[in-house]
Design a protein around this ligand. Structure first.
Ligand code: HEC
Length: 179
């Protein structure tokens, strides 16, 4: 009788111990969290990552692609000699309307921008050779100008001149693309 009681108590003590440890751990993590600036800091870092256009995971590679093809002559065209990658960079990272390309394609072109993460199909991951070997500069020009119907890729033919589109194609092609 006495023996069983004691083992019951032991069981209870063990439970108490586990319970107290959990309380202690939670308290400790709250305290260290507060010291490091609390949730605010974590949130800030997270927002910074998102604002940089880089989300943790890059876009799919290779990626299924049902995008319309540019007319053959354009698909084979090379980037005009006058195209300016620096101007293209500003368009891509900042000034494009309705929003910067990086919002979807990511600041380093991996198809993982803040908005891109939630789109279906996902934005093109320009760093994926398996996908990009089928996407020529002329093809890029065509889709940037006309958009890809039924996807988040809107037409920019009204907001960017042909020259500006080639500028951004040159930027993407020289900065991100491997074929
Ligand atoms: C709202 C999100 C969004 C924005 C903003 C956006 N794109 Fe896209 N983009 C996409 C999606 C989604 C696709 C994939 C379309 C498809 O699969 O047909 C894509 C595809 C592309 C492609 C690949 C075309 C192909 O034939 O595979 C290029 C090049 C491209 N975008 C360039 C740009 C440039 C340059 C800008 C800025 C001027 C831009 N995108 C802005 C979502 C976006």
């Amino acid at each position: 009788m006495f023996f069983t009681n004691q083992s019951k108590n032991r069981g209870l003590n063990k439970k108490m111990f586990v319970f107290m440890s959990i309380i202690l751990l939670v308290g400790l993590s709250l305290a260290t969290g507060a010291l490091a600036g609390g949730g605010g800091m974590t949130l800030k870092v997270h927002t910074q990552i998102l604002e940089a256009g880089g989300a943790p995971k890059s876009g799919p590679c290779p990626q299924p692609r049902n995008t319309k093809s540019a007319p053959a002559s354009l698909a084979k065209a090379s980037i005009p000699a006058g195209a300016n990658a620096e101007t293209g960079k500003k368009i891509f990272q900042k000034s494009a309307k309705p929003m910067a390309c990086k919002m979807c394609h990511g600041a380093i072109g991996e198809g993982n921008g803040k908005l891109g993460m939630v789109l279906t199909p996902r934005p093109r991951n320009f760093t994926c050779a398996d996908t990009m070997k089928r996407v020529s500069p002329g093809q890029m020009f065509w889709i940037i100008k006309n958009g890809s119907k039924g996807t988040g890729m809107v037409a920019h033919g009204k907001t960017l001149s042909d020259k500006q589109i080639w500028d951004v194609v040159k930027y993407i092609d020289t900065q991100f693309v491997t074929r």
